[in-house]
Design a protein around this ligand. Structure first.
Ligand SMILES: Nc1ncnc2c1ncn2[C@@H]1O[C@H](COP(=O)(O)OP(=O)(O)O)[C@@H](O)[C@H]1O
Ligand SMILES: [Mg+2]
Length: 246
């Protein structure tokens, strides 16, 4: 692969990802050779019908799942094809993961959920839990348990956990799927802010609003990816990089 001047900016790279599931006689090919690259500061929306392989892709990118073939690199380090403990360590250090629900452990307060995430990375946290909660407008809810939060607060708390270690890469799987319009707008704005700070953001979504805000759109269909139209706010940098998906 020729090294362009901006290749250093690629913080998330997947090469020829395959994922087979086997259940008895039945074999599902959830990913059939997906390659993508996301640069610092870039927001990529992944769209596609149910069953297309979006969640499988995100799990492989996050190191939560192992691809059957291909490779994932995060911040220049291979995260795929490693023991689970090593993947977890790399994920904690470099990747924030935001799921529709279950981002928080139910028996811990919001503050302790963040501290637990930070505990997975050695050294002093890049950001203080209190400061992060303040940014999310949750300063006064830091001692609350997840079940005591409203839907909007829960969404922001989940995002705070995903951002606990100031990750280079933020992966979100339909994060606004169950949110009202106001909260959706809030979460999307926070994702945009992160990208503006240099984070690479990849968001699986059905939201037209999220697609509009993206620099690039990747459509997954039956385990195959193609680069779709650009989000309306596509930047010159994103246009230049839109050829990288092969
Ligand atoms: N753990 C699993 N075991 C077997 N098949 C699975 C598993 N997870 C997903 N699949 C299958 O893989 C395909 C892609 O699923 P998924 O990645 O969840 O799609 P999407 O998120 O786009 O709806 C589907 O056919 C689904 O049934
Ligand atoms: Mg899914």
């Amino acid at each position: 692969m020729p090294a362009g001047p901006s290749d250093d900016d690629v913080v998330l790279a997947a090469r020829e990802l395959y994922r087979f599931y086997r259940a008895g006689e039945e074999e599902t090919l959830a990913l059939r050779g997906v390659s993508l690259r996301v640069r610092r500061g870039e927001t990529v929306a992944v769209v596609g019908p149910s069953g297309a392989g979006k969640s499988t892709l995100l799990a492989c990118l996050a190191g939560l799942d192992e691809p059957s073939g291909g490779e994932v690199r995060v911040a220049g380090v291979r995260i795929s094809h490693r023991p689970e403990t090593e993947r977890a360590r790399l994920r904690a250090r470099h990747v924030g993961v935001l799921l529709q629900s279950h981002n928080l452990l139910p028996h811990l307060t919001v503050r302790d959920n963040i501290r637990l995430a930070q505990h997975a990375v050695r050294g002093r946290p890049a950001v203080r839990a209190a400061a992060l909660l303040e940014q999310m407008g949750l300063g006064r809810r830091s001692g609350a348990l997840p079940r005591q939060l409203s839907g909007g607060e829960l969404a922001r708390a989940g995002l705070a956990v995903a951002l606990a270690n100031s990750p280079a890469v933020l992966l979100a799987d339909e994060p606004t799927g169950e949110l009202d319009g106001v909260t959706e707008e809030l979460v999307l704005r926070m994702l945009r802010d992160r990208a503006a700070d240099g984070c690479a953001v990849l968001i699986v979504t059905h939201s037209a609003e999220a697609v509009r805000g993206a620099d690039r759109v990747i459509t997954l269909d039956d385990g195959r990816a193609r680069e779709g139209h650009e989000g309306h706010e596509g930047t010159a940098q994103a246009k230049e990089s839109s050829h990288v998906l092969r």
